[in-house]
Structures are given as structure tokens and as C-alpha cells.
Design a protein. Structure first.
Length: 429
């Protein structure tokens, strides 16, 4: 009887001990280790070790060095390669972690204010208007079923690239009394329709009854560029048309230097804005080939310097970004780039490309005094943490201009066509 009682007591003590170990903070840290750890050459990963946990690597390929003692466990990424780390307690496996070491990768951070000029695919319909004809007021474009946000790409079999291409065709067909064959792009769907121009009784010219635009302009901030390929990323979010609120479909475009002339300070419910002008020389410093949810992308014509951090910096993947202090590079006066303090309030270790991966808060007194926090035109400002480029500013919270969203840098690199997972070239034997 006493023996059975003793067994139950000992069993209870062991059970409580195991439960206590399972709920201890160090044990929870091991449980929360992701199934896969990705590091770049030269990077270090460590965890405190306050429980009887041991680790081992499945292969001795020298790409990863494992060190452990009574208090810590650490991985040193030496060269590109893959391995598996097994965590054990008292000889019992508790977790397997895949470890992937990538080739050292660095980009040059931006922070410069840039002017953006976008040329659309075809001409963008931004509104309807009524033509005062002999028969009354009418909009032929609206009658033809053309909607705001449609892109006119072809008229009577001729490709439309700019607004100047439209008027001669409208006048010619109007004089002939024929309808125009119109091809439009509506949210990536090709639609064909017929539109008969109507004559304005005052101006004596034929019109479509449409407001159209063939280009857009604005300002933003450079995020990074790769020194070898000159590929760059900027802005951190898609450029939408100010009237249609839809993403602009880009044919091509250019970026130029810009100078910040003044700041409209932000306040609750009223986001501020950088007021800037394109540099007087209008020198084109790069092209624009892509306008995506993660920003604008293309190639630079020349190297850019910010005067603060002009050396290539390593990057941090989304799961490597930590809550805590960080900095942004941006311009608030003329063309001078400065570092300002922020706090990364929260960060999501995203497995797939997604926007709004971080919530950030401006803490720098000088920036708060100057701008009130995050303002329009600051989008794309690179976020630096622990000497690594981790992302870019994207949006401001309307009701709290000191805070906003950031996008993780790996997704911008992906959109720029830069493969950070590129396998190292094998040496010829």
C-alpha cells in the first residue's frame, strides 16, 4: 500500500515537473522556434538555454556551425547550404528545424526624394462630360458603355499611346458621320464597343464626352537599389489614379530628382504632405517598368548617394525583424537625407508576399516637430534596424499621424526582380 502511494507521489511530482518545464519561458521559446530558419552568410542566431535541451545537426557540411553550453544555443551561418537541427530533452526529440543559409546579399538604402512620371497603357478615362449638341446635352462615351477607369488602347485599329493620338481620329470619323471602333482594357479584360462622336454646337468640333489622361506625376521616396544590376524599388505601395482610385497600368515612366520645398504638418484626421518640385535640370535618373502593390520598380541610370548610408547594407527577412527601436531615412528639407528614430510596434513574420507587414511609430522629436509624424511623400522611406534594411514606410494612420504601416523589404526585392534565394554557382572542377 505504501509502495503504491509512493509511486503515485513520485509520478505526480514528475508530471508536475514536466508540465512546469513545458510552460517555462525558455521551453516556450524553443517550442516557438519556426520550423524553418533562414540566415544569410555571416549571420548569427542564438537562444537562451535554461533547460536541459541539447541540439544536433544532421550533416557536418561546415555551412553552419552549432555551439551550445549550459546557458545558450547558437548557430553561425558560414556559407550557403542546408541542414537540419534536432532539439532534444533527455534524449527525446522535441522539434526538428530546417536551417537554410543564403548567399550574402546587400543593397544600398535610399531615402532620397524622387519625382515620379508615369505613362499609362493607352489613355485613361477619368470622367464623363456632357456635350452641348444641336440635339441636346449628351455624353457619347457614356452611351457607348465606357466607364471611369477604363483604358482606351485602340481606336479604328490604331494603337493609342497618348492623348494627342485621339483627336485626329475623332475629327476624321466625326466628319464622315461614322462611329469609332473602340478597344478598352477594363481590369485586364478586353472589351470592344462603338462610339459615335458628337459635334459641340459652340466649338464646332467633334467630341467623345470623356475626360481622358495619358500620364500621372507625383513624388515619393527611394527605398533601395542593387549596386550590381541598378535595379531599384521605391514608394512601397501602388500608385493609383487620383480620380478613379484604381491602380495605374504603366506603359513606362521615369524618375527624376526632387526637392522638398515645405511640409504640411499632419494632425489627427488630416494626414500631412511633403510639398516638392522636380529638380530644375529634370535629369532622368531611372525608368519605371512596374507599378505594383509593393511600389514602383525599374532600373537606375546612375548611382545614387544619400550622404548618410551609402554603403551596401544586409537585409532582414520578415521573420528576422524585431519589435523595438529602428530608424528611417527620409528628406524633410530641400534634398538632404537624414536618419530619424522610430519604433517598430509590431511585425508579422509573413511566409508569402503581403503588404502592411509592420506597424511603426515615429519617436524622433525633430521629425515630430517638423512633420507631425508620417506624411504623404514619405512613402518608400527605408527602415533600418540593427544595421540591416528591413522594410519601407507605406501608409499613415489617418487618426494618428505618428504611426503607420511598413512593408517588409523581401517583398519589394521580389517585385524588383531580385532573387535573394539565388543558389551559389558551383565551382568548375
Amino acid at each position: 500500500m505504501k509502495y503504491e502511494l509512493l509511486k503515485k507521489i513520485i509520478g505526480g511530482i514528475l508530471l508536475v515537473s514536466l508540465v512546469a518545464i513545458g510552460f517555462s519561458k525558455p521551453m516556450q521559446e524553443y517550442v516557438n522556434i519556426p520550423q524553418k530558419i533562414t540566415l544569410f552568410e555571416g549571420q548569427h542566431f542564438s537562444l537562451p538555454k535554461a533547460v536541459n535541451v541539447s541540439a544536433s545537426l544532421s550533416a557536418d557540411n561546415k555551412s553552419i556551425a552549432l555551439e551550445q553550453n549550459r546557458h545558450s544555443l547558437s548557430l553561425q551561418a558560414n556559407s550557403p547550404g542546408k541542414n537540419e537541427m534536432m532539439l532534444e530533452i533527455a534524449g527525446f526529440p522535441i522539434k526538428q528545424v530546417d536551417v537554410d543559409v543564403l548567399k550574402d546579399f546587400r543593397v544600398i538604402p535610399g531615402g532620397q526624394s524622387i519625382g515620379i512620371k508615369l505613362n499609362t497603357v493607352g489613355v485613361l478615362v477619368v470622367g464623363h462630360h456632357q456635350i452641348d449638341t444641336e440635339e441636346g446635352k449628351v455624353s457619347p462615351g457614356e452611351i457607348a458603355g465606357i466607364k471611369v477607369g477604363d483604358i482606351i488602347t485602340e481606336i479604328d485599329g490604331k494603337r493609342i499611346e497618348k492623348m494627342a493620338d485621339v483627336a485626329p481620329l475623332v475629327q476624321k470619323t466625326g466628319n464622315e458621320g461614322k462611329p469609332l471602333d473602340i478597344v478598352i482594357n477594363r481590369e485586364n479584360q478586353i472589351i470592344k464597343t462603338k462610339l459615335k462622336p458628337m459635334k459641340d454646337k459652340k466649338e464646332k468640333t467633334y467630341k467623345l464626352g470623356l475626360y481622358i489622361r495619358d500620364s500621372a506625376a507625383g513624388i515619393g521616396t527611394m527605398t533601395f537599389y542593387q549596386p550590381e544590376s541598378k535595379k531599384y524599388g521605391a514608394l512601397g505601395h501602388v500608385i493609383s489614379d487620383m480620380d478613379t482610385k484604381k491602380p495605374i497600368v504603366v506603359e513606362d515612366g521615369q524618375i527624376v530628382r526632387s526637392t522638398v520645398t515645405s511640409i504640411e504638418k499632419g494632425s489627427n484626421g488630416d494626414p500631412g504632405e511633403k510639398l516638392a518640385r522636380f529638380s530644375t535640370d529634370r535629369e532622368v535618373i531611372g525608368n519605371i517598368s512596374r507599378n505594383s502593390p509593393f511600389g514602383i520598380f525599374g532600373k537606375l541610370n546612375k548611382e545614387l548617394k544619400n550622404g548618410v548610408l551609402d554603403k551596401p547594407l544586409p537585409i532582414a527577412l520578415s521573420h528576422q525583424v524585431k519589435e523595438g527601436p529602428a530608424q528611417i531615412l527620409t528628406v524633410v528639407n530641400d534634398d538632404e537625407v537624414n536618419l530619424f528614430d522610430i519604433e517598430i510596434v509590431s511585425t508579422i513574420p509573413q511566409k508569402f508576399p503581403a503588404t502592411k507587414g509592420m506597424v511603426i511609430k515615429v519617436t524622433d522629436p525633430k521629425l515630430l516637430e517638423k512633420t507631425g509624424g508620417i506624411v504623404q511623400g514619405m512613402s518608400g522611406s527605408p527602415i533600418i534596424q540593427n544595421g540591416k534594411l528591413v522594410g519601407a514606410v507605406t501608409h499613415v494612420f489617418v487618426n494618428d499621424p505618428t504611426s503607420g504601416y511598413g512593408v517588409h523589404i523581401e517583398w519589394m526585392l521580389n517585385e524588383a526582380g531580385i532573387d535573394i534565394y539565388e543558389k551559389p554557382r558551383e565551382k568548375a572542377s
